[in-house]
Each structure stands twice: as C-alpha cells, then as structure tokens.
Design a protein around this ligand. Sequence first.
Ligand SMILES: NC(=O)c1ccc[n+]([C@@H]2O[C@H](COP(=O)([O-])OP(=O)(O)OC[C@H]3O[C@@H](n4cnc5c(N)ncnc54)[C@H](OP(=O)(O)O)[C@@H]3O)[C@@H](O)[C@H]2O)c1
Length: 242
Amino acid sequence: MDKERNILVSGGSRGVGLAIAKTLAAEGYRVFALARSESDELKAAMAAEVSLHYMPYDLSKTAGIAELLRAFKAEHGPLYGLVNNAALGTSGLLSNMHNSDIEKLVRLNTLSPVILTKYAVRTMMTAGEGRIVNIASIIASTGYSGLSVYGATKASLLGFTRSLAREVGGLNITVNAVAPGFMNTDMTAGMKDEQTAKIAARSALKRLVDVDDVAGAVSYLMSDAARNITGTVLTVDAGNTA
Ligand SMILES: NC(=O)c1ccc[n+]([C@@H]2O[C@H](COP(=O)([O-])OP(=O)(O)OC[C@H]3O[C@@H](n4cnc5c(N)ncnc54)[C@H](OP(=O)(O)O)[C@@H]3O)[C@@H](O)[C@H]2O)c1
C-alpha cells in the first residue's frame, strides 16, 4: 500500500475516531487526527505509531476550514481520505432545547462536515482519487426519543453521501456512510447500564458494537477492495435494526 496516502479523521482524539485513526495508521496510511484537544489516549497512540499525527482545530469555526486545508495541502500534499466523524451527541426534548444548543448540533454535525468535505474534495480532484466516509448513526433511520436534532443531523449526512457520490464519482472519488449502533464512548457515558443491556438484548447478535467494528468498516471503505463501492450506507449495529 502507498505509504504516502494522507487521511484526515475528524474527532480522532477519542472514542470511534481514535479507533479509526489507530486502525488506518497501523495499515500504513499517514493519519491526521483532528480535534480541539490532544487526549492522553491519542498521545499514547502516537507514541506507538509514527504515522499517526495530531491536527488541532475546532470545527465549529467553519470560516477557517478553507485555510486549514490549504495549509495542510501545502505541507503534506493532497488528501486521499476524509472521515467525517466529529460530532456532538447532545440529547434533550426538542420543546425544551435551547436554540443555541440546536445550532451547535447542526453546525458541528452537518455544516462543518459539508464544508470540510468541500475543501477536501478540491485536494482529491488534483490527485485523481479520493475516499470520503461519513459517520452517521442508525438513529438517522430508526429514530430515538430525545435525539430528534441529532437524528436530523445524522440523516442529513446520508442525503449528503448519496448526492455527493454521484457528483464526484467521475473524479474517482467514492463517498460512503457508516451507520453505527450504540457504542460505549464519552458521547454515551450518560446511558444507564440497564438501557445499554436492553439495546444489546434487542440486537440480533445479542451484544453491543465496539468502536473497533466501526474502524474495520472504515478501513474496508478506504481499501482498494472497495474501489467500486460508493453512495452506500454500511450499517454496523450487531443486527440491532435487522
Ligand atoms: N457512541 C455511539 O454510540 C455512536 C453511535 C452511532 C454513531 N456515533 C457517531 O460516531 C462518531 C463518534 O462518536 P463518539 O462516540 O466517538 O464521540 P466522542 O467520544 O464524544 O468523541 C467526539 C470526538 O469529536 C471531537 N470533537 C468534538 N467537538 C469538536 C469540535 N468542535 N472540533 C473538532 N473536533 C471535535 C472530540 O475531541 P475534542 O473534544 O478534543 O474536540 C472527539 O475526538 C460521531 O459522529 C457519532 O455521532 C456514535
């Protein structure tokens, strides 16, 4: 595999994003884990893996994304892959949610990946190849009380995936989504054990998904074996929606 293939993983400092970043770096990609802060887990992973790098940025600052990618390309060359993983998981009944919290969710979960992808696609166009993977959620199609705004943002990524796949297919760029089921991460730390046990019991495989399962799906979509797969949603939910 070409060692110089750059992949940017947003939200790569913890949880799902860190698992994706570690998996891709171990496979020989040059991985940039973007987040607002450098977690201890990311520091430890970088110490063990020379092709894993930290890229500090706050994606809610959408006005700076164009310059972020321009500077990236000047220093490291074009992007081969982009994983839009960073997101907020703010829950709450819609009728009680502050408008500012609704705006934060839509900004980070929908607007920033769209703008980040816009500039990533520009670097991929010059390279003549590219892979975009959007991390959605099964909530986009199943629904979950208390997650209407989050669900709206995740459904928006699926629509974005399908149309962009058609738009950039002729440029040899694939665009796919991964829809995970519930995983134990910082995002879901507020869930009670009995709730997670119920989710596992309702799943065909009677267990929960692990962050490494999602990393494996992303790794496949980045691989040469997936060169003819675009515009799809790969569900990784232990059969929760089967
Ligand atoms: N956990 C689940 O059950 C589950 C299920 C389905 C789908 N998902 C999806 O999987 C993805 C990852 O979820 P997770 O559970 O791993 O979340 P997480 O543990 O909360 O991690 C979120 C990551 O995003 C980064 N981030 C947050 N705000 C940011 C900002 N403004 N700018 C840049 N980076 C930012 C965080 O780093 P900093 O805080 O340092 O910025 C962190 O690296 C999300 O898209 C989520 O919707 C999760």
